[in-house]
Design a protein around this ligand. Sequence first.
Ligand SMILES: [Zn+2]
Length: 278
Amino acid sequence: MDLDFTEDEIRRYSRHILLREVGGTGQAKLKAARVLVVGAGGLGSPLVLYLAAAGVGTIGIVDDDVVELSNLQRQIAHTTASIGTPKTASAAAAAYAINPGVTIEPHASRLTAANAMELISRYDIVCDGTDNFATRFLVADAAVLARRTLVSGAVLRFDGQLSVFRPHLGGPCYRCLYPEPPPPGLVPSCSEAGVLGAVTGVIGTLQATEVLKEIMDIGDTLAGRLLVWDALATRFRTVKLPRDPDCALCGPQATIRDLSAHAEAAASDGSPGQACGV
Ligand SMILES: [Zn+2]
């Protein structure tokens, strides 16, 4: 581990280095880490900004959308001036403005069954900041098949959820919790049902916190637990998430061995699984 920091780095990260659990060793782990953020929207914005501020060395951002006026109520990596520009470019500019010492790798394309394995395999940890089930299950399946830790967040209206899935290190996968996507139309999206902007900020920031913990291997992992937040009631709950021994993705009799089902689904319903952010 390279503990050779410049004077500027020591000053920039001094409040981290002061923490006994972080120190120079933890900061060096952050610098060496590679994290992929899928979706540069309401969750992806605070994620990218806090990971960059924290000094996570390489941050990939996948999103094929451009910034729209209706995004700005919650997607704080983007500005009014960036309307019409790719979200990857806008988020990268915001991250570099905070910390020019990190490397942002923008992937201005959709995450698909064809590119998900290759893309996710290039990173240590993947964060799900998408708002559609097609991409959510694609990310979840690819993360397990590539043996990568998935830090998953979701929001709708005034509610948020958060968990960490890393069955290669023990604990359940996303499909242990949700075996199949819900039927189309059953669960509304944020664009249909709305979301309080600050709720995405809280869950995205909690995701960033769990990413930093996983990289530095500090504290209690959220793997095997699901955090549920009701913002209207101001109530956080944590429920245990057991592994499903019959899980089709991570169980001993797993039937999901590749991403071919996603390619077929995209071909049949015409939705290629957009990486649109919340
Ligand atoms: Zn599973």
